[in-house]
Design a protein around this ligand. Structure first.
Ligand SMILES: Nc1ncnc2c1ncn2[C@@H]1O[C@H](COP(=O)(O)OP(=O)(O)O)[C@@H](O)[C@H]1O
Ligand SMILES: [Mg+2]
Length: 356
């Protein structure tokens, strides 16, 4: 059988650009080469799209951008093209047909429905969730709202937009009244990897937290602090044919699971299976599937929870979870008997299945 041509997208105009480079390196080095012809497309922090024909090693370091063989490469929204437009210096362009797109992009401009929408216009299968579910999961305020409607418990929350900055003390009073007191977690509605997330122990912390979070997003979500274990479940599949993994647990090295705790190798402890009771485990896996379905997910997602002695509270859903060697999603699937290479294979098959 002819090999399928896959465009792997990495980098991106996102605060999680660097994480994507490491995730993409792992994807590229593990994708089964006997089945797939891979075309690498890097997106710079400024949002320039380039075909990159060089060594995978230089992706990890960010050196790839300086390769003289790079040329502008964009997904054509014209569904007759079914591929990538390569623009050369002399203004000539070529169309390189592809069978599917694999966005290894985290955060805004990649995980948030934007690239997924482009692939829909292009008529190209895209690995992972579609435009709507990607956008809904990326926005923590929308996630809360949909999960509430589906009867899935999340932390008590409220959200505000930038207009509150004109009367920040008034806004803090409202938030305190709604949530009933400190500590709180203050988060940009649309970021990831803990970027812009802070814990507020008092009014001063809340004010600072709002300012930090608004640097990343127009909307900010504020939640009551939940004291519990951080437990994550990997979900794979389309429609009702879903695998919800045995969950894993993260014990952050820092005060909470912030950016440093996530990416500085060896600082946080990861346990598979999570140290929770069998009943909690069963309930959590069912909740993960229920939330995945309620949010309209397909392909894959990682569903994150807080588990307390007597409750399971959903924190968030990541539609393109980290794929670095130390990331939870690939490890959870490996524990389910799906090794990394096979996982990539299944994700591409699921994308093609959804598109057909
Ligand atoms: N309501 C909360 N209670 C306790 N800890 C929280 C709460 N919300 C977030 N955290 C901590 O902050 C981390 C990052 O928040 P999260 O909502 O997962 O954002 P991100 O999308 O950036 O991963 C979590 O892993 C957890 O350690
Ligand atoms: Mg998180």
């Amino acid at each position: 059988m002819a090999k399928l041509k896959i465009a792997v997208l990495f980098g991106g105009a996102s605060s999680e650009h660097d994480v994507s480079l490491v995730s993409a390196y792992s994807v590229l080095t593990n994708i089964p080469k006997d089945k797939y012809d891979v075309m690498c497309i890097g997106i710079t922090k400024k949002g320039h799209w380039m075909y990159y024909p060089g060594e995978y090693e230089d992706i990890k370091t960010g050196e790839w951008e300086n390769d003289p063989d790079c040329c502008t490469a964009i997904i054509s929204p014209d569904s007759m093209h079914k591929g990538i437009l390569l623009l050369e210096d002399d203004d000539k362009y070529y169309i390189r047909k592809v069978d599917a797109v694999f966005p290894v992009l985290h955060g805004v401009n990649g995980e948030d429905g934007t690239v997924q929408a482009l692939c829909t216009l292009a008529g190209l299968p895209c690995v992972g969730c579609d435009m709507t579910s990607s956008a809904a999961c990326m926005d923590k305020a929308i996630t809360h709202t949909i999960l509430d409607a589906a009867g899935i418990k999340t932390a008590p929350y409220c959200y505000v937009n930038r207009t509150v900055l004109s009367d920040i003390d008034g806004a803090c009073e409202d938030i305190e009244a709604k949530l009933g007191g400190y500590p709180m977690f203050v988060k940009p509605a649309c970021a990831g990897s803990s970027v812009g997330v802070s814990r507020a122990a008092d009014r001063e912390g809340l004010k600072n937290g709002l300012k930090i979070a608004f640097a990343h997003c127009e909307k900010v979500v504020i939640e009551t602090e939940i004291i519990g274990k951080e437990v994550e479940c990997a979900v794979l599949g389309n429609g009702s044919a879903l695998i919800a993994s045995i969950p894993g647990q993260i014990t952050p090295a820092e005060e909470f699971y912030d950016y440093d705790a996530k990416y500085k190798l060896g600082t946080s402890v990861l346990d598979i299976p999570a140290k929770i009771s069998e009943q909690q485990m069963d309930k959590l896996r069912e909740l993960a599937k229920k939330a995945y379905t309620a949010m309209g997910c397909s392909g894959f997602s990682r569903v994150d929870f807080f588990v307390t002695d007597d409750d399971i509270i959903l924190n968030e859903i990541n539609t393109i979870p980290g794929f670095t060697p130390i990331s939870m999603y690939p490890k959870l699937m490996d524990n389910m008997g799906i090794p990394y290479g096979e996982l990539l294979d299944r994700l591409i098959e699921l994308a093609i299945e959804r598109n057909s």
